[in-house]
Design a protein around this ligand. Structure first.
Ligand code: CTP
Ligand code: MG
Length: 359
């Protein structure tokens, strides 16, 4: 029989500071609770522990046959309230705030429960850890003996129930350790990190900005946003002068913190002599992906008297979206008679890119 899963979601989210329980905070249009429930494996019994004053909101977000119970003042009390409803021999207790845990972690914990009274998933600590005493460092701890512990944590239900007492603990495995039961550990996952502060949300998406301008040359054919636009001369530059593609490249590089077009591709590299915008964007996307990002969207604006962009907009957007692998919107404006762009001497473009760190 698969273990019951108890999702503890009754916290207030004080450190997140958004004025609602953390489980109700949205990421990409879905609450943390919904993400969490979506990423759970099938189980015999699913119990969600919610803040007592938000039961009706939670009720709307949970699948059929899920049992909903009020939590307590502490995480420990919330876990106990859930545990008291569980009927299976083994149980998994899981933080709603760790809403992107891969299903393999649930499987590893469940498997190891055949050998241990309790199992925690954990990851080796990579930072050097020091003990401090006020302002002084007193000791460097041997990190080879340390893991950072995550959830879901697995338990023999009856042994855990018998181990509960009023002492304050940071996780239920600690109750089992204190009661002398054998507690094992399995490999956790980087995606299992807990959402605690606003930084944990903000760090998921990154914005970059890019600006470029080129003057018209006397010859050639205009290349803009990777399109060939006859009836206008080419823009001058070491590459093909495609100011729109270059602004997009800079925005993507900026969002991924990879530098700018000059530092990444060079300003006089023979490989990029006359190079087309497609080549820059495709290579940039490879760098961006290698750095662990995917594009959410790009928004750009051309500033120029000519060419007229509206008849080209759909084509530009389709071609660029294809290259970036995410929606690209292209807008255009003139400068109301101001500056070098007003008498059609050149084209400027500005772009913003939004990237997401792969989980
Ligand atoms: N939790 C709970 N009942 C509590 C406190 C916490 O069910 N009384 C749950 C949280 O909902 C969360 C998990 O335990 O899924 C881990 O707790 P934490 O990250 O501390 O969440 P919050 O308590 O909501 O956050 P904060 O401490 O910032 O208020
Ligand atoms: Mg808390």
């Amino acid at each position: 029989m698969s273990p019951a899963i108890i999702v503890v979601a009754a916290g207030r989210g004080e450190r997140l500071g958004l004025g609602i329980p953390k489980a109700l905070v949205e990421i990409d249009g879905k609450t943390i609770l919904e993400h969490c429930l979506e990423n759970l494996p099938d189980s015999e019994q699913l119990i969600v522990v919610a803040p007592a004053d938000y039961l009706s909101e939670f009720e709307k977000l949970i699948p059929e046959h899920t049992e909903l119970v009020s939590g307590g003042e502490t995480r420990q009390q919330s876990a106990l309230n859930g545990l008291q409803l569980a009927k299976t021999e083994k149980v998994l207790i899981h933080d709603a705030a760790r809403c992107f845990v891969p299903v393999e972690v649930f499987e590893r914990v469940t498997q190891a429960l055949a050998e241990f009274d309790a199992v925690v998933p954990g990851l080796a600590v990579t930072d050097t850890i020091k003990r401090v005493d006020g302002e002084m460092v007193s000791e460097t701890i041997d990190r080879s003996e340390l893991i950072a512990v995550q959830t879901p944590q697995g338990f023999d239900r009856e042994k855990l129930l018998a181990s509960f007492d009023s002492a304050s603990v940071t996780d239920e495995a600690m109750l089992m350790e204190q009661a002398g039961h054998n507690v094992g550990w399995v490999r956790g996952d980087v995606s299992s990190r807990k959402i605690t502060t606003i930084d944990d949300l903000a760090s998921d998406s990154f914005v970059g900005i890019g600006v470029d301008s080129h003057k018209f040359s006397d010859s050639g054919t205009l290349k803009l946003g990777t399109l060939e636009i006859p009836e206008h001369p080419q823009l001058a530059g070491h590459s093909d002068g495609d100011a729109l593609s270059h602004a997009i490249v800079d925005a993507l590089l900026a969002a991924a913190r990879l530098g700018d077009i000059g530092s990444v591709f060079g300003v006089d590299d023979p490989e990029f002599e006359g190079a087309a915008g497609d080549k820059f964007i495709t290579q940039t996307m490879q760098f961006v992906q290698k750095a662990g990002f995917s594009a959410l969207n790009v928004s750009c604006q051309i500033v120029a008297d000519k060419p007229k962009i509206s008849p080209l907009r759909m084509q530009l957007q389709a071609k660029l979206s294809d290259l970036v692998g995410a929606p690209v919107s292209v807008l255009a404006t003139t400068t109301d008679g101001l500056g070098f762009l007003s008498d059609a001497r050149g084209v400027a473009a500005v772009a913003t890119a939004s990237l997401k760190k792969a989980r």
